[in-house]
Design a protein around this ligand. Structure first.
Ligand SMILES: [Zn+2]
Length: 61
């Protein structure tokens, strides 16, 4: 998935979104049942990770 973000490290516009699933998911402490995938915006050119974003933050309320 392409984004309109620009890498602050190398200036590349080749920023894509990946995701962490399974072991990479963010779990609420002491509440293992609650988890969400985490989207990672990263630069394809240099590998810099711009942003990590929890996809369903409302799960942790
Ligand atoms: Zn870059």
């Amino acid at each position: 998935m392409k984004t309109n973000k620009i890498c602050p490290e190398c200036g590349s516009k080749e920023v894509e979104v990946g995701e962490f699933k399974g072991y990479g998911s963010l779990f609420k402490r002491k509440a293992i049942i609650k988890s969400s995938e985490v989207d990672a915006y990263f630069c394809v050119n240099c590998g810099y990770v711009l942003t990590l974003k929890v996809r369903k933050p409302e799960k942790f309320l």
